[in-house]
Design a protein. Structure first.
Length: 438
């Protein structure tokens, strides 16, 4: 898909959000709890999950092992030391609360401008449910589990389906939803939506990060350089990911390679699984899809684990740097296509931190140091597959030796039979060779 995803919002909602006030006399009583306005009654819709179902889940997702989710869960699963859950806000199509097999009762009352009574807990499309599950879905046997399966989810509906493109007005509304996420206790915000730059969106992002909230966003699926000034205006839809203080996420394949539709550039932070990603379908069952939409929530979940493990006051800047430093890094540490490398959740939770004059930053009770440079940087030549490669090359070398031995024996044995296994001389061998060459 071109965007992540498109955002159809009604013009009345947009106009009011840009003004920052609620003007609808017909809006529900609970409207006072939210900065983002509800749609007028004539534009409100009924919401129900899709009637059709997805496929049966028949195997574990490759992403689970690839980013070391199980290893990370030995240290944290999305809660603080006092047992309170970390809160991940998902600004998307809503999250389907009837999927209790995935979310149990961890979906909080959220916001839906078109169906206020649903409180964001209905997904008539499928996107928000899938994104939320990757960030914080619970275990379905041994085949599926989200990155932070004990975190709570705050659903904030930004669009209904993918029927229209995002524009500046809609970017402003997403900014309003970011404000609401912060006001309602979000610790991490996932935005798998690609929008144009807008002052209200930028202001909301800056305010959220200043308040200690981590923002993770997908870069989008146009395969363009976000720094290229020649990109057409209607294709410059790679915000909020392209804001420097947002953790910008692109996709990688099952081989760890760059997903070719990822928008890239100097502000790209990480890659995460974005191809053949298995997710729950809002109407039931499961499906596999691709796109940076699905890469971002892996990182949002990882940020939630770091918040839980190191403490609520852990800064967004520290978490961003921690995820960079513990990624499976490219050879030159950073490039515009891969950012700082492929997400490694297990390493983010387990890698040591340096001791500073303020004390050891790997002490969970003390929390990490404010300065990201206190994290011990990985060697940029680090190769996570070094052992496997050594074994593979040794196997290749052994195979070459074996093949060479076989070829030599195929030459020697017939010659030995010809001589009746009697010792020969170099001159005799040369004579035989001459005869054979004729």
């Amino acid at each position: 898909m071109r965007f992540l995803p498109r955002v159809p919002l009604y013009s009345a909602v947009v106009a009011t959000a840009m003004a920052g006030t609620v003007l609808f006399a017909s809006a529900p009583a609970q409207a006072q709890d939210w900065n983002t306005p509800y749609a007028p009654e004539e534009d409100q819709l009924a919401c129900s999950p899709p009637a059709n179902e997805g496929d049966t889940l028949s195997g574990s997702s490759w992403a689970r092992d690839f980013i070391a989710i199980d290893e990370a869960h030995q240290y944290n699963q999305g809660t603080y030391s006092n047992g309170d859950p970390v809160v991940i806000a998902v600004i998307d199509t809503g999250v389907e609360a009837t999927r209790t097999d995935v979310f149990n009762d961890r979906i909080l009352d959220g916001f839906d401008p078109w169906t206020p009574s649903s409180k964001g807990k209905c997904d008539a499309f499928m996107h928000g449910t899938a994104v939320a599950a990757l960030a914080a879905g619970g275990a379905d046997g041994t085949q599926f589990i989200g990155v932070a399966p004990k975190a709570n989810i705050l659903p904030l509906k930004a669009y209904v389906d993918d029927s229209s493109g995002g524009d500046a007005e809609k970017a402003s509304v997403v900014g309003s939803l970011v404000d609401d996420a912060v006001a309602h206790g979000a610790d991490v915000i996932n935005i798998s939506i690609a929008l144009p730059d807008h002052p209200n969106l930028k202001r909301a992002v800056d305010d959220a990060i200043a308040a200690g909230v981590v923002i993770v966003a997908a870069t989008g699926n146009d395969g363009v350089n976000m720094d290229d000034p020649n990109v057409e205006a209607d294709k410059r839809t790679f915000y909020p990911a392209n804001y420097p203080n947002v953790i910008a996420v692109g996709g990688n394949t099952q081989d760890g390679l760059w997903y070719g539709k990822t928008n890239y550039g100097e502000n790209l932070d990480l890659l995460a699984p974005g191809v053949n990603v298995v997710v729950p379908y809002a109407g039931g069952g499961w499906f596999a899809d691709q796109g940076t939409s699905y890469a971002a929530p892996f990182v949002a979940g990882a940020a939630a684990l770091l918040k839980g493990h190191f403490g609520k006051d852990t800064s967004p800047e520290w978490i961003e740097q921690r995820l960079r430093d513990t990624a499976i890094q490219p050879t030159n540490d950073f490039n515009i296509w891969q950012g700082y490398g492929v997400l490694n959740v297990g390493n983010a939770l387990t890698a040591s931190t340096e001791v500073t004059d303020e004390g050891p930053s790997d002490d969970e009770t003390a929390g990490p140091m404010e300065n990201p440079s206190t994290i011990a940087a990985m060697d940029i030549e680090y190769d996570p597959l070094a052992t496997e490669k050594t074994i593979a090359w040794a196997s290749v070398g052994g195979s070459i030796v074996l093949i060479t031995l076989v070829l030599v024996l195929r030459k020697i044995i017939p010659m030995g039979r010809t001589r009746g296994w009697r010792p020969g001389s170099r001159r005799r061998e040369q004579a035989l060779a001459t005869v054979e060459s004729d």
